[in-house]
Design a protein around this ligand. Structure first.
Ligand SMILES: Nc1ncnc2c1ncn2[C@@H]1O[C@H](COP(=O)(O)OP(=O)(O)O)[C@@H](O)[C@H]1O
Ligand SMILES: O=P(O)(O)O[C@H]1O[C@H](CO)[C@@H](O[C@H]2O[C@H](CO)[C@@H](O)[C@H](O)[C@H]2O)[C@H](O)[C@H]1O
Length: 460
């Protein structure tokens, strides 16, 4: 099928796929618009990665806008990346991947399924990434300093709770495919590339990636080395709590790693000073997020005046002295974003997932911010771990928080606790974000950030 003919034909596919997507999309873990009705779809781009009319399976790459009207700020028209496999019938091992059978249109009677679950299609995606080049609106690129990617590696979907989808290739590489995509560079490619260029070995360096170039630029997927046998910091922390073991050495190491990553980011990407009136704007933005959160989660409402005091303190005249240095940061740092390498207790720590908080607009996520924002995220994470454990172990969290800040200071020369207003404002902002995140995604977990809200409000 020629490219032009293919585009025309592919555009005609959407109406017949729409009823299937209507059912399937809201059930996906990565679908961000849960709880709001889907009223329509529109096509952003369609590319045949493997011909749909050839023998065996076809692979269709779609960028689709999903209309969800909702009231006011609730309305959205988000763009999602879909990789749809098409076959006559599905073999039993692909049955769980079924999306449906279009009743009409060019694919009538054929079977449409989640393409990432098909090892043959997963291999095809890696094949594309091995060789830079373009296919319709898609462009495939490689890191200029990396070794060649071997071919023929079997791909399997990663079976974890995540906001996107990942494929692991032969335990050597992991490809993260972004699901809800936004125009512009995704920080999860931009920042690891900058860190690789700075020679920072705390973040797996991107090996290859692909993007869509028209009608707008979207980062769609990033391939990086798979840290085989590594364990994530969240599970290690829970393990330490369950075993009654200290986690302070690990927390100190994580503080050091955070400071290393911040130093490397500051060396590669712009830094700015935050002074009046930006300080007031920062505090006002936090206050606005608090108001929006209290609208979405009424349990927050009684706390609003006391929480707002933390943001007012940030903006108070004279606070911040000559201002605060801001730079590119991780943006959603927590224990689950850290991996300790295989090996003994002193294993190498890495940091992953630089996408930032998925619910925030991309422009906001890419803005320089005081590095204490990441520190606050990690401090909240120690609190989460201690709260999740039965019985609650506040002294475990307190020791971790102290060790983490000390580790950070050992490398950066500045202890985050010496700017208490800034740290408290960011911790409060993070806890407010977590309340909304949990209410939307894991209502059973809501008491965890609510306990922090109670504690932070009592500091006033
Ligand atoms: N380089 C890597 N090596 C090993 N495992 C990884 C690597 N990158 C990510 N993972 C695993 O994949 C999971 C999801 O990755 P993440 O980037 O956090 O995705 P998402 O943004 O979709 O939540 C992580 O929790 C981790 O278990
Ligand atoms: O990992 P993601 O980028 O998808 O981040 C989102 O999900 C996280 C949970 O998986 C959430 O983190 C919160 O829960 C963690 C425990 O599961 C805890 O360690 C974090 O401190 C807490 O914020 C994160 O906020 C959200 O953006």
């Amino acid at each position: 099928m020629s490219e032009a003919a293919s585009t025309r034909t592919l555009v005609a596919l959407l109406p017949s796929l729409a009823p299937l997507l209507h059912e399937w999309l809201p059930r996906q873990r990565w679908f961000a618009g849960k709880g709001r009705p889907v009223t329509g779809f529109s096509l952003v781009s369609a590319t045949e990665l493997l011909p749909l009319d050839g023998p065996g399976s076809g692979l269709l790459h779609l960028l689709v806008r999903v209309q969800q009207p909702g009231g006011g700020a609730q309305a959205s028209n988000d763009c999602y990346q879909l990789l749809l496999g098409v076959r006559e019938t599905l073999p039993p091992y692909l049955a769980p991947a079924l999306i449906g059978r279009p009743a009409e249109g060019p694919l009538a009677g054929r079977t449409v399924y989640e393409g990432l679950h098909d090892p043959r299609l997963a291999e095809l995606i890696l094949e594309r990434l091995r060789t830079p080049g373009s296919l319709g609106p898609l462009r495939f690129d490689r890191f200029d300093r990396g070794p060649a990617i071997p071919g023929g590696l079997a791909g399997r979907p990663l079976d974890v709770e995540q906001s996107n989808s990942s494929l692991v290739y032969g335990d050597a590489y992991i490809l993260k495919l972004f699901r809800r995509v936004h125009p512009g560079p995704n920080p999860d490619l931009e920042l690891p590339l900058a860190l690789a260029r700075a020679g920072c070995d705390r973040v797996p360096a991107p090996v290859a990636w692909y993007e869509s170039t028209t009608p707008e630029p979207y980062t769609l997927g990033v391939l990086q080395p798979f840290l085989r046998g590594s364990q994530d910091g969240w599970l290690l922390a829970l393990d330490s709590l369950a075993g009654g073991r200290s986690f302070t050495d690990e927390a100190r190491a994580l503080g050091r790693v955070t400071a290393e990553v911040h130093a490397a980011l500051a060396s590669e990407l712009p830094t700015v000073m935050v002074r009046s009136p930006q300080t007031e704007q920062l505090a006002a933005a936090m206050s606005e997020r608090l108001d929006a959160a209290a609208q979405a989660v009424p349990a927050l409402q009684p706390y609003v005046p006391r929480l707002r005091a933390a943001f007012d303190a940030l903006a108070a005249p004279g606070r911040g002295g000559d201002g605060w240095r801001a730079q590119r940061v991780h943006g959603d740092l927590h224990l689950g974003q850290t991996l300790r390498g295989a090996g003994s207790a002193g294993g190498h720590w890495s940091v992953i997932d630089f996408e930032g908080e998925p619910a925030r607009p991309l422009t906001e996520r890419r803005r320089p911010q005081p590095p204490v924002r990441d520190v606050a995220g990690m401090l909240r994470s120690f609190d989460y771990a201690a709260r999740t454990h039965r019985p609650w172990n506040p002294s475990w969290a307190e020791r971790c928080r102290t060790a983490y800040c000390e580790g950070y200071a050992e490398v950066s020369g500045a202890d985050p606790r010496t700017e208490p207003e800034l740290l408290r404002a960011y911790e409060t902002d993070k806890a407010v974000y977590e309340v909304v995140y949990e209410a939307r995604n894991r209502p059973d977990w809501l008491p965890v950030p609510m306990a922090a809200i109670d504690r932070l409000a009592a500091l006033t």
